[in-house]
Design a protein. Structure first.
Length: 212
């Protein structure tokens, strides 16, 4: 009889010891369920939303700084709206280059920031509007190759883009961001402008200032 009472007491204590464990399990499970319920499912962006995000990115990470022609005003260079993102304008003359400054380690830029001069020669900002002289006939794959690998016009077999294009930074953007930027650029007003080819370092003599 004593053994029966002892076993009953032991079993009861065993069950009582399990109560906190069961309670903790129920509490944890219910909290996890609530957390899952509170996290909204990420909605896939519509084309319109993607273009809007692309516009935001293009305008905030500096694409207009180099790719949009500007006119000089008393407040400095101001973007020319009708030429936005069309790059260095074909036919524009270049000011003389101060070779002494280049030899001292300086990099030079034109007043509207669409031209840069350095050890690589002269580079011109590309036309990135939706025109065929821009990126109008590009594919998304070419766009990502240009941004991620720095290849000119997204051609894997072509040369690298020249400074000051910061493709190394843009290459860190997510696929979604790069796709949004491309969709936005394809929605821009086309500007027909065939940007001139870069000038090699050994061809700079014709642009040097007299006496330099």
């Amino acid at each position: 009889m004593l053994d029966a009472h002892l076993n009953l007491a032991l079993n009861r204590n065993r069950y009582l010891n399990l109560v906190p464990v069961i309670f903790l399990f129920i509490l944890t499970t219910s909290c996890n369920d609530k957390n899952y319920e509170d996290v909204p499912e990420k909605k896939k962006m519509t084309i319109k939303d993607s273009i809007k995000r692309g516009e935001y990115l293009v305008k905030t990470i500096g694409c207009h700084d180099c790719h949009s022609p500007k006119r000089m005003t008393e407040r400095g260079p101001q973007e020319i709206p009708e030429l936005a993102l069309s790059g260095h304008q074909a036919g524009d003359s270049l000011p003389p280059i101060n070779s002494a400054a280049l030899q001292s380690g300086w990099m030079l830029m034109s007043g509207d920031l669409t031209t840069a001069v350095g050890p690589w020669g002269v580079s011109f900002a590309a036309n990135i509007t939706s025109d065929d002289t821009g990126i109008g006939n590009w594919t998304m794959e070419r766009w990502k190759t240009a941004m991620r690998e720095g290849k000119l016009k997204g051609d894997k077999g072509g040369r690298m883009m020249l400074p000051p294009m910061p493709w190394e930074n843009f290459g860190k953007l997510t696929d979604e961001d790069l796709e949004s930027m491309f969709k936005y650029l394809l929605s821009t007003k086309p500007v027909n402008n065939a940007v001139p080819a870069p000038i090699a370092p050994n061809k700079l003599d014709s642009l040097k200032q007299p006496g330099n």
